[in-house]
Design a protein around this ligand. Structure first.
Ligand code: AMP
Ligand code: GLY
Length: 431
């Protein structure tokens, strides 16, 4: 089969790497991918044909043109990685050309692209979530904020819409809230205002086929730049999977009280959700609440979930598209190991990353699988340079989280670039 993977980050590198393990995938095209991923995949799968297409995946017109091209090239299957492409209707564009594509339609992706939509679905499906208000203008938001109880509670303001992970502000005082609103106004004029919850966060992802779901093991991502919770928010500095749960029965509760009711509600509205649904949860003892939905694999969660997955990813993606997940079981088969992923970010990330630095010894990562590439490009001399805030990430697999951490740190030491920022303590809470 010829398979296309849309996107260029570490998540898409992991998706492509896992798809290539399928004996049915003979040719894989990354659109646009990155130079580090291409070289590593070509070196690790020498019997397969792996290439780039440099077509744009931004906006409906580009996606429609790409869909036509994939049809002409007899592409059999497309996996869509990033949220923007889903929000722009990537899956709808491929479907219109009769090309099978993995991911939700634009209408179903609203679970991620509109916080207000997601809250309405959760309310209708009785999914536990924070108490909330919605505002469709800054003025309305200000009125709501001034009427709230700030003595016993704190509040979170969320811009309605995609905001590159910068659309949420946690506010401790009314003064914080007014500053947050000024910043969030840039992203949207509609907002969700919800109660601040406390506890431990879990990223729980599941394959969905519109009706049934199969859950991955629970993971955690590390969103702040350093271990200081007040340090800047990033796209994710690393991940651990599976994380030990305080409540062993949580898996069944999440399936029955989050995924299945949401799928039922989406189907009822005529927009069944197919693809990976990612529930960002807050847990406290045996209680839990959904903070957000994403309509795709998380980055960097994919980089720990897929290396542990013990089955053919292509087959699972096809099962979602074809509506035959019920035959697969409630859990995604995974090896009984732990995975730790540590992102190496460029100096100055996230505010103002300095790019163009040389990545030394990167061939250590192409000959052996030590991690995934994201923000990298090759120059005319074939040197690999930093080209994005999150440059690459080291993967460690082990019998315990402590072992996996050590393996990730060892892999990280086999290449380097100037000013590398890493959260080396990732996973150390379970040492
Ligand atoms: P979201 O995009 O809605 O997941 O928000 C991003 C991050 O903001 C989450 O991963 C949490 O760390 C934090 N957050 C969102 N909503 C809440 C909430 N109601 N209470 C506490 N933290 C929250
Ligand atoms: N790791 C968070 C996300 O992918 O949105």
């Amino acid at each position: 089969m010829q398979v296309v993977v849309l996107g260029s980050g570490g998540r898409e590198h992991a998706i492509a790497w896992k798809l290539l393990q399928s004996h049915r995938v003979q040719k894989l095209i990354l659109v646009p991918g990155n130079d580090g991923a291409l070289e590593q995949l070509q070196s690790q799968y020498p019997s397969k044909e792996i290439q780039f297409w440099q077509d744009s995946i931004k906006g409906r017109d580009s996606l429609q043109a790409l869909a036509k091209k994939t049809k002409l090239a007899h592409v059999d299957f497309v996996v869509v990685g990033p949220d923007n492409a889903l929000a722009d209707g990537a899956v709808d564009a491929f479907e219109a050309e009769g090309v099978r594509a993995f991911g939700p339609t634009q209408a179903a992706a609203q679970l991620e692209t509109s916080k207000i939509f997601a809250k309405h679905i959760m309310k209708a499906a009785k999914v536990p979530t924070a108490e909330f208000y919605e505002a469709t203008s800054v003025l309305e938001a200000k009125k709501i904020l001034s009427s709230l109880n700030w003595n016993e509670k704190q509040w979170v303001i969320k811009a309605d819409g995609l905001a590159l992970g910068k659309g949420v502000e946690i506010c401790e005082t009314p003064d914080d809230a007014s500053k947050a609103l000024t910043r969030l106004e840039k992203f949207s004029s509609s907002f969700v205002i919800e109660e601040r919850l406390s506890g431990k966060e879990i990223s729980w992802l599941a394959f969905c086929d519109g009706e049934s779901c199969s859950l991955f093991p629970p993971a955690r991502d590390y969103k702040t730049l350093t271990s200081d919770p007040l340090s800047p928010n990033t796209g994710g500095m690393g991940a651990v999977c599976p994380i030990p749960l305080a409540d062993e029965a949580l898996f069944v509760k999440i399936q029955e009280r989050v995924f299945l009711p949401v799928l039922k509600e989406m189907k009822k509205r005529g927009t069944p959700f197919k693809g990976v649904l990612y529930a960002g949860l807050m847990t406290h003892g045996d209680e839990f609440w959904v903070l957000e939905f994403n309509a795709r694999f998380g980055d960097p969660e994919a980089q720990v979930l897929l290396p542990l997955m013990n089955d053919d990813l292509l087959d699972w993606c096809e099962a979602c598209v074809d509506g035959r997940l019920h035959a697969k079981g409630a859990l995604v088969p995974s090896i009984s190991k732990k995975a730790v992923y540590m992102v190496a970010a460029a100096p100055g990330y996230p505010a103002d990353p300095t790019l163009g630095g040389e990545i030394k010894n990167f061939s250590n990562w192409t000959k052996m699988h030590r991690g995934f590439f994201a923000g990298v490009r090759k120059d005319a001399q074939g040197e690999l340079l930093t080209a994005g805030g999150r440059v690459l990430g080291a993967l460690g697999i082990g019998d315990s989280i402590a072992h996996a951490r050590r393996a990730a740190l060892e892999n990280l030491q086999t290449l380097t670039f100037a000013g590398m920022q890493v959260r080396e303590e990732i996973g150390s809470e379970w040492n």
